[in-house]
Ligand binder design. Structure first.
Ligand code: AIR
Length: 431
């Protein structure tokens, strides 16, 4: 407990954007999140007051960090499960527990447990060698999805083999590890991907947000639409009930995201995450309680907040690094705010790398089409700079081609290729 405020100390292992946004939510709750970060330039380390530098795989760093905290929680799944268990054995309060977290860390364990509990999952099998992959294809047909059980994220650790030759290339005979660390899954024909984010307290209260549609590009989430458009109310109820039941049966504490495949006729569980999740970023503006606040409430065993929406539609679009375009980040921000001042922007303070999540934007509205267009356009402007088509809803009102102040950064006309001579891909670092 912080002696001067009388409030508990929450520590998060990992200093990424999820910790950064959790810290932001914690401020209003009187908290000042402790962060165990690898580097002082990590997203949350740039903004939190109490940062410990150390690696999430170092037992001593974890122990010393936990000693400063009343409760320890996570910004990613990469802390070895045995170390999470060791912290609890040493008497530290760690949430979610190692026993629950393993199902978000190890896809094989997750598939086995969910199948035992009777939750719907794609056909799968453990892969210890090429024969398992080809046998699986014998049952489900090609293509077959090959996944690493541990450590994959944002499209990494997932491969698709369309035929035996490709499978052999992925898994050379004799090259498979001794312990089963891979799994094969049926390549499910899906209509779209959905997600249901829930939070659960140690006392067993569970709240779910509306089911959302997630749009992926090469394995990376690029857009989230809340609620999922055109989802049959019965199916939406089924997804929420499934997520609530999963959180309860796996004894999860904190936020959990359940990624789902919508096959048209049924729902299948794809993946689990036990932390705030990209598919819940929309809740900062689009729900009465954000997933970050809810995660803190849950790990502190406070009663959970209301998950009702604040608008008929909310669309979140990620700003990814890597696309070449003109203009500094400041110019892009000026352009975006001039075009569409109601867009909510969240930068994570990260250096740009291709495909890296650098920030996101959120737009709420009464009609899905324009709301989605605005979110997409805003993300495009921030990641690649404005293009000729980027005339926002207020374009006639705000003359974005003539910024009103004469700062040198803003003096370029927008909408053509004026910045081509000085491409600037790396966003300015923000504090
Ligand atoms: N994260 C964790 N699992 C999935 C995601 N997106 C968040 C966490 C983590 C950060 O992404 O906040 O710390 C790592 O981002 P990056 O770009 O450094 O890989």
């Amino acid at each position: 407990m912080e002696l001067d405020t009388g409030l508990p100390v929450v520590g998060m292992v990992g200093g990424g954007q999820l910790a950064r946004m959790t810290h932001q939510a914690g401020i209003a709750m009187g908290l000042s999140l402790r962060v165990l970060a690898v580097d002082e330039s990590d997203s949350a380390a740039r903004v939190a007051r109490h940062v410990t530098l150390g690696h999430h795989t170092d037992p001593q760093a974890l122990r010393q960090f936990a000693e400063q905290c009343d409760v320890v929680t996570f910004d990613h799944e990469h802390v070895p499960n045995v170390l999470v268990a060791a912290l609890s054995r040493d008497g530290h309060r760690v949430l979610p527990s190692a026993a629950a977290l393993v199902y978000a860390q190890d896809k094989l364990r997750m598939r086995q447990r969910l199948a035992e509990l009777g939750f719907p999952v794609p056909a799968w099998r453990t892969v210890t060698g090429l024969a398992d992959l080809t046998d699986h294809a014998g049952d489900t047909g090609w293509p077959v999805v090959l996944k690493t059980a541990r450590g994959g994220y944002d499209g990494r650790g997932v491969w698709i083999a369309h035929n035996a030759r490709e499978a052999a290339g992925l898994l050379k005979p004799g090259a498979a590890p001794d312990a089963p660390t891979m799994l094969a899954e049926a390549h499910v024909e899906i209509v779209r991907e959905l997600a249901c984010v829930v939070a659960r307290t140690p006392s067993g209260q569970v709240e779910a947000w509306p089911v959302v549609e997630t749009v992926q590009d090469r394995g990376i989430c690029v857009e989230v639409i809340a609620p999922a458009p055109g989802l049959d109310p019965g199916r939406a109820r089924e997804a929420r009930e499934l997520a609530v039941a999963l959180a309860t049966q796996l004894d999860v504490v904190g936020v959990m995201a359940v990624e789902l495949f919508d096959t048209g006729g049924s729902l299948l569980v794809n993946e689990l995450a036990m932390r705030p999740h990209n598919s819940g970023h929309w809740t900062i503006e689009g729900s009465r309680t954000s997933q970050f606040e809810q995660h803190l409430r849950a790990v502190l065993d406070y009663p959970l907040g209301d998950t009702d929406t604040t608008a008929p539609w909310t669309v979140m679009a990620n700003v990814l690094g890597g696309s070449l375009g003109g203009g500094s980040t400041r110019e892009r921000m000026r352009h975006l705010y001039a075009q569409d001042p109601a867009v909510r922007v969240h930068w994570y303070g990260k250096a740009a790398r291709p495909g890296r999540k650098l920030g996101h934007v959120t737009v709420s509205g009464a009609e899905l089409g324009p709301t989605r267009d605005r979110a997409r356009r805003a993300a495009r402007i921030l990641s690649s700079g404005p293009s000729l088509g980027d005339r926002g809803p207020d374009a006639d009102r705000a003359d974005v081609s003539q910024p009103h102040d004469s700062q040198p950064h803003g003096s370029q006309p927008h909408g053509s290729q004026p910045h081509g001579s000085q491409p600037h891909e790396v966003p300015e670092r923000t504090r």
